[in-house]
Design a protein around this ligand. Structure first.
Ligand code: G4P
Length: 525
């Protein structure tokens, strides 16, 4: 197979949802279709059990297990599919945001009874920002659910994207009879356990009297009416609009019952994008360019102090990656060679000789990499779109053991490179503060500093609302602002100016008083 065909046949995506909507179940069913696993329950996902929230070691242990499921590759219908796992736990939302930067498209799972929930809303914001094409899977139709038209409205409004139903449910909960697939025009009947129509019978024509026979008169009439309405309102899917992230195709089903998944997958492999061009600070990189480029979107550390190695996950953006070949690590300007690059097929890792755009490879790392780093064949490129997000919790970090200050500095540095949290230095008092998305990270950092670096830290609480990256439309105004707010000015790890707003009100006042400053909640704008 040629290089172009290899690219064309790749689909790299993430499944996102609010915890419990069914992401893990859907992932597993997709893998079953791909023949990547053979029994249900084989996927040990990144899912962090709710009961474990107070036990962060358990969470880290589960995260450890999840290296193998960080990327799940499989083949289906001649297409190479890479699913990137995203942790559902909100304390690891930053991990999820970053994983989304390596996805070319996304499937959102929504619980049919609960509709759009907080985590879905947040993650969709990231997709919108990056114009990522999304598909929606409405799950758990075997349970009592909201009216499908209400769900469409809610999703359109809450997720701020036009929707286009490609399947339509007949009833829900006890009255759930199946879905009519508008994409390939066929009726699929439901029975718990995931059977479709009884063998040999297929209903393609909605006017067929068989419809009454299988779903009953009322449901048949309701379905015909609904489909007519949908066809009037929604003109059928325009692939271009989906690829431009203007419209989200919509499917209904039940992941647990393996119902509606095949239809989703069949449509997905036909319309989802192959690896998209990616922006760098210097230029746009097309997937079919000959020379290899890629970036690091995730670093997974080994918690064992005797093996402090890490795996850097690299998304290949262009060209062919080859084992034992020298590549430029742009940030350090060093050439690096990798003898054991790994690929991930289902839950198996294997060393590969070559990988193509869209693929994710794991590179063994002894501390060279940090999130966002670019690898190339020599060109000095910097991939964009791997921003940091404003943390929500902040604490000053202090050295609790004066003999170990070097170890502490090194540990903090490396943990920040991994993207565990963000470090800021207050420019007024020179103190270091750490910002995280969840409370758990502070415990993780403290534990890892001690066990991996032999350093002890102490925390001091800090009540802050947000850290905002500043963009100056007028340098004089920025200088004035910095003078006025000196106590609240910090630098991030890249040396950029950050304003530490201690309340929403203070931030609002600053925005009103300094019209020529833009306050950003992400580090990239
Ligand atoms: P998540 O990864 O999004 O957090 O969700 P997950 O797939 O783990 O699903 C959450 C719960 O919802 C699980 O039940 C799962 O079995 C159930 N579920 C998923 N899809 C469906 C569906 O289509 N219909 C119904 N009725 N339930 C569904 P659990 O009891 O929390 O966990 P488990 O013990 O079954 O694993």
């Amino acid at each position: 197979m040629g290089f172009k065909e290899e690219i064309e046949r790749r689909r790299t995506f993430g499944i996102i949802s609010h915890p419990d909507a069914g992401k893990t179940t859907l992932t597993e069913k997709l893998l079953l279709f791909g023949g990547a696993i053979h029994i249900a329950g084989a996927v040990k996902s990144n899912k962090i059990k709710k009961t474990a929230t107070s036990d962060f070691m358990e969470i880290e242990r589960q995260r450890g297990i999840s290296v193998a499921t960080s990327v799940m590759g499989f083949e289906y219908g001649g297409v190479k599919i890479n699913i990137l796992d995203t942790p559902g736990h909100q304390d690891f939302a930053e991990d999820t945001f970053r994983t989304l930067t390596a996805c070319d498209c996304v499937i959102i799972v929504v619980d049919a009874a609960k509709g759009v929930e907080t985590q879905t809303r947040k993650l969709m914001q990231v997709c919108r920002m990056r114009k990522t094409p999304v598909m929606v899977f409405i799950n758990k139709l075997d349970r009592p659910a909201q009216d499908p038209f209400d769900l469409l409205d809610e999703i359109e409004k809450e997720l701020q994207i036009q929707v286009n139903p490609l399947s339509w449910p007949i009833g829900n909960g006890e009255t759930f009879r199946g879905v009519y697939n508008l994409f390939d025009e066929g009726l699929y009947l439901f029975s718990p356990g995931g059977q479709t129509l009884p063998e040999g019978i297929e209903i393609r024509d909605l006017n067929s009297p068989d419809l009454e026979k299988y779903v009953g008169e009322r449901a048949a009439a309701g379905l015909r009416e609904n489909i007519e309405l949908i066809r009037e309102v929604y003109p059928g899917i325009d692939r271009q609009e989906y690829l431009e992230a203007q419209v989200a195709p919509f499917f209904f089903g039940s992941a647990l019952n393996n119902f509606g998944i095949k239809e989703l997958l069949d449509c997905f492999i036909r319309i989802a994008p192959s690896p998209l061009p990616r922006e760098t600070e210097e230029r746009t990189v097309r997937a079919d360019e000959e020379k290899f480029t890629g970036f690091v979107f995730k670093i997974h550390a080994n918690m064992d102090p005797n093996h402090r190695d890490r795996i850097a996950f690299v998304k290949i953006c262009s060209g062919t990656f080859r084992r034992n070949t020298n590549y430029l690590h742009v940030r350090s300007n060093k050439m690096l060679k990798f003898s054991t690059p790994t690929a991930f097929m289902a839950s198996k890792k294997s060393i590969i000789d070559e990988a193509y755009p869209g693929d994710i490879i794991g590179l063994h790392d002894t501390g060279n990499f940090k999130i966002g780093d670019t690898l190339t064949e020599g060109e000095k490129l910097h991939f964009k779109g791997i921003p940091s997000f404003s943390p929500e919790l902040f604490k000053y970090i202090e050295n609790a053991d004066p003999m170990k200050s070097k170890q502490l500095a090194k540990g903090v540095d490396q943990l920040m490179d991994e993207g565990v949290a963000q470090l800021f230095v207050n420019q007024f008092n020179g103190r270091k503060l750490i910002g995280t998305v969840g409370a758990l990270q502070f415990e993780v950092i403290e534990y890892r500093l001690l066990h991996e670096y032999g350093a002890s830290c102490r925390w001091e609480n800090l009540n802050l609302y947000k850290a905002c990256w500043l963009e100056a439309l007028d340098e004089k105004e920025l200088a004035e602002f910095k003078k006025h707010k000196a106590q609240y000015m910090a630098k991030d790890k890249q040396g950029r100016d950050v304003f530490l707003a201690d309340s929403a009100y203070i931030l609002q006042m600053a925005q009103e008083n300094y019209k020529k400053l833009v306050f950003h909640f992400t580090s990239e704008f």
